[in-house]
Ligand binder design. Structure first.
Ligand code: G1P
Length: 270
């Protein structure tokens, strides 16, 4: 039922400079794979069949990564290294790309997906957050809730109060364990956050969100904020939040990036 996903990957990666001057943040290596590939895997495991990646001029490396390299395949074949071909096989999903010409915010990046999405519900995954879950993939946890309630579902996590100013933060109304309806949502609250439940980069939306993205005014940082569209839509349609089960890592923070790498590819304890 949720077949399409958008991954916005057009940002400058200012939190990870200087490397992101030449290497897209989404291509930061994690155990030999680019960060974005973990999201693509999460999406596929959650039943997504089509992915739109919103890129900018400097992100061609992402397109190259998800394209064949006939030259490399031929080389491996000629050298009798066919066993390595599986390392460069492509994921079983349809990719599309659109370029965001102006860095005018996450909301605008998502709006570029309007024609790709058409008239069906869709997912959004933000590549800053890699979430590991030994149960269900995070996105499929949201899809399950969406199937039941049919309203937007936003992934949240309980977050230390001192960090809430970096996130969208919801004002929740308890529904069931770890499930809420959204009474309000504030982007990067500088004081008095409405709760300790921060948005962590996984969303399921009904296509009506595009109407709100088209009509809201620029918000925090003068950008079209996805959070503001969620807020406006939540006033008209019941919207939901789910505490995602799993461990999230913000790869733009070097401590979390290192922790993730150690966890996934460091020496295993007995
Ligand atoms: C974006 C969203 C914010 C969300 C965060 C999660 O902010 O605007 O609501 O909590 O991603 O990573 P950004 O980190 O792009 O400033």
């Amino acid at each position: 039922m949720v077949r399409k996903a958008i991954i916005p990957a057009a940002g400058y990666g200012t939190r990870t400079l200087p490397i992101t001057k030449v290497l897209p943040k989404e291509m930061l290596p994690i155990c030999g794979r680019p960060a974005i590939d973990y999201l693509v895997e999460e999406a596929i495991k959650s039943g997504i069949e089509q992915i739109l990646i919103v890129v900018s001029r400097s992100k061609n490396m992402i397109l190259d990564y998800y394209d064949r390299s006939v030259e490399l395949e031929t080389y491996l074949d000629e050298k009798g290294k066919n066993h390595l071909l599986k390392e460069i096989s492509l994921p079983n999903v349809h990719f599309q790309y659109v370029r965001q010409s102006y860095a005018r915010g996450l909301g605008e990046a998502i709006l570029l997906g309007k024609h790709f999405v058409g008239d069906e519900p869709f997912a959004v995954l933000l590549p800053d957050e890699i979430i590991l879950s030994d149960k269900q993939p995070p996105l499929s946890q949201l899809i399950e809730m969406f199937k039941e309630f049919k309203g937007n579902v936003i992934g949240v996590k309980k977050t230390d109060p001192s960090l809430l100013k970096n996130y969208g933060v919801i004002q929740p109304q308890a529904l069931r364990e770890k499930e809420y309806t959204i009474k309000d949502i504030v982007e990067k609250p500088q004081q008095s956050p409405p709760s300790d439940l921060a948005v962590i980069g996984r969303y399921i939306f009904n296509p009506a969100i595009f109407h709100y993205l088209e009509t809201i005014s620029p918000g925090v940082g003068g950008e079209i904020q996805l959070t503001d569209a969620i807020k406006a839509m939540a006033q008209d349609y019941t919207s939901y939040a789910l505490e995602i089960q799993g461990q999230s890592y913000d790869i733009a923070k070097s401590t979390e990036y290192v922790k993730l790498i150690n966890y996934l590819c460091g020496p295993k304890e007995d």
